[in-house]
Design a protein around this ligand. Structure first.
Ligand code: HEC
Length: 232
């Protein structure tokens, strides 16, 4: 008798444990699904099947208007918007900002003089900003402009490889050379503004390519801060 009882308890427990498990395409059985399924409008997903998720709950959702019946658990569309879309177009003339709330950079490549004269670095010269700027400079600029900004980075110096033939100390070598890299500490560039540096990073200049799509505006300003410390 005891054995039978134990067996029964064991089997029931096993059955209980396996019955709720999710696997494959089966989401498993959920306890209190309302706790997981948002009743808020989801901007990026839209379920306009009125019946979707009827099986999941016994709650009668309210009528949304005089015509329609209450919808089911997963219904997630906004009846008041065009095409029942959850997300709406932004109002005319709105301009998107990035995560820091900054507006996009609108000055064209040929506006260097204007940018140099008017743009102000929104960041303060704190130790952490300059430390970040150093890391970013080492990532994006060092290989051309050199660790100290002298224009003698590995690329400028001509690391050996499948490049052009150059004569070094009477010996002909094959080098990768990027010509005309600016010495940021030269007399001509020593005094340039942080706005100038920001603009050149963003849009490029002459032989230097634009880096605006690779480096966020905030990081570009950090680099500008760091370049100024190199130029001192
Ligand atoms: C692929 C090599 C390369 C990389 C990478 C590079 N630069 Fe340059 N940079 C150049 C060259 C070449 C010039 C000279 C452009 C010209 O006048 O033709 C230059 C010029 C400059 C100038 C001077 C602009 C002027 O007004 O004359 C600044 C400032 C500058 N770079 C900053 C940076 C910063 C900051 C970075 C990193 C985000 C960077 N560069 C990355 C090659 C590079």
């Amino acid at each position: 008798m005891r054995l039978v009882k134990n067996l029964f308890v064991g089997i029931s427990a096993a059955a209980l444990l396996t019955a709720c498990g999710a696997g494959g395409n089966d989401q498993g059985t959920e306890y209190a699904p309302n706790m997981y399924h948002s009743v808020a409008y989801e901007p990026y997903s839209q379920i306009d099947d009125w019946e979707a998720g009827r099986w999941v709950t016994s709650i009668e959702y309210p009528k949304l208007d005089s015509v329609t019946e209450g919808h089911a658990e997963y219904y997630n569309s906004n009846n008041f918007n065009p095409h029942k879309m959850n997300m709406r177009d932004p109002a005319p003339n709105t301009v998107s900002r990035n995560k820091q709330g900054w507006l996009p950079y609108r000055l064209g490549k040929d506006s260097l003089a204007y940018a140099a004269a008017t743009l102000k670095n929104p960041l303060d010269s704190t130790a952490s900003v300059i430390a970040d700027g150093k890391i970013l400079y080492e990532t994006y600029c060092d290989h051309c402009h050199g660790a100290k900004g002298n224009g003698d980075g590995k690329v400028a110096g001509g690391a050996e490889g499948e490049g052009i033939k150059v004569v070094v100390n009477g010996e002909t070598k094959t080098r990768n050379t990027y010509n005309g890299i600016a010495n940021l500490r030269s007399d001509a560039l020593k005094g340039i503004s942080e706005g100038h540096i920001f603009h050149v990073i963003t849009q490029g200049k002459g032989l230097m390519w634009a880096h605006g799509s690779q480096i966020s505006p905030e990081d570009r300003w950090k680099i500008a801060k760091y370049v100024k410390t190199l130029q001192k």
